[in-house]
Design a binder for this molecule. Structure first.
Ligand code: FES
Length: 318
């Protein structure tokens, strides 16, 4: 990994300059690689606990933050220790700008589930991390008039940036894409086990966004699965014309099983484990339907993590 994306030439300069673009790598031909990817040393600005075992961390990392788009991700690795050895992927929650409007960093969310996230949860402001990105394809812009978003667990975080882009509240990347079509209706459906596990509901208190919550135990919102909420939407008078989804795989399979038979286009953002993030290790493959009806493996890190719901073949269906 280090031989492909060498360490930042930070020296005494802590301005965190982007140092190596993937386009500078002459010997690799990685399908779908994000050529804006850079590696830099990020500095922890702050973090806050936003739900049970769930945190929102802010990084100063102008190189990655200036390029990243909604639905893309970046890899994080400790500079201080080699365990965990490999980086871990985290999705963009939103970018941060200074008072002059310059992009200075980004926020991401995580649940403490393993060594890396445990390590992150113990970091204070000023701690340094190695990050590389942006990676992955990100979300396409929707074409429908009514767009439904379905999120579960920590899968709600990528949709903060997506909604802010759709609402014209923020632009992303060095060449922001034009917003040619603005959906008339945005419904954000978010589910968790209990109310205490719902993280950052207030992030979605955005103009024109209809927030619908669900909890397994009924402690907040609909008592049941978030897919029940989607089912009701589909059965209603103004069914969504497009669905975006991120969360646990069983939830995404349930969403696909609702929208595919209804002929509603959908986009699923996978949370597959990743080791390199740029197409070299094949640790992140997903089964994708081929034109002849068979399926083949595709790397989530470079050809995803967002795939059409109609193309994904889940393990239970393979
Ligand atoms: Fe290595 Fe995708 S994470 S190929």
């Amino acid at each position: 990994m280090g031989s492909i994306l060498p360490p930042a030439r930070s020296g005494s300069d802590r301005k965190l300059n982007a140092v190596t673009t993937a386009a500078e790598i002459p010997s690799l031909d990685l399908c779908g690689q994000v050529f804006e990817a850079v590696q830099e040393i990020a500095v922890v600005v702050s973090q806050e606990q936003v739900a049970a075992n769930t945190f929102r961390m802010r990084l100063e990392c102008p190189g990655v933050a200036a390029q990243i788009r909604p639905g893309q991700f970046f890899m994080v690795r400790s500079l201080e220790r080699s365990d965990p050895l490999l980086g871990r992927p985290f999705a963009l929650l939103d970018i941060i700008r200074n008072s002059g409007g310059e992009v200075t960093g980004l926020d991401f969310g995580y649940v403490v589930v393993g060594k890396m996230t445990q390590l992150l949860s113990q970091l204070d402001g000023g701690a340094r991390l190695s990050i590389w990105g942006p990676l992955g394809n990100g979300f396409s812009l929707p074409q429908a008039e009514h767009v439904a978003i379905v999120a579960g667990g920590i899968g709600q975080t990528p949709f903060v940036a997506m909604l802010r882009e759709l609402l014209g509240l923020e632009t992303y990347g060095s060449s922001p894409r034009p917003l040619l079509h603005k959906p008339q209706q945005l419904t954000f459906c978010y589910g968790a086990r209990t109310a205490a596990a719902l993280a950052g509901v207030e992030w979605f208190d955005l103009p024109g966004v209809d927030v619908r919550l669900a909890t397994d135990d009924g402690s907040r919102g609909h008592h049941g699965f978030v897919t029940d909420v989607l089912r009701q939407l589909i059965a209603g008078e103004a069914a969504p014309g497009e669905v975006y989804c991120c969360g646990p795989e069983p939830m995404m399979r349930a969403v696909a099983n609702l929208i595919n038979p209804a002929g509603i286009p959908g986009w699923l953002s996978l949370e597959t484990p990743m080791a390199c993030g740029f197409g070299a290790c094949f640790s992140c493959v997903a089964r994708i339907r081929q034109p002849d009806g068979t399926w083949d493996y595709r790397r989530s890190c470079v050809e995803g993590p967002v795939f059409p719901a109609a193309d994904l073949v889940f393990a239970e269906d393979a």
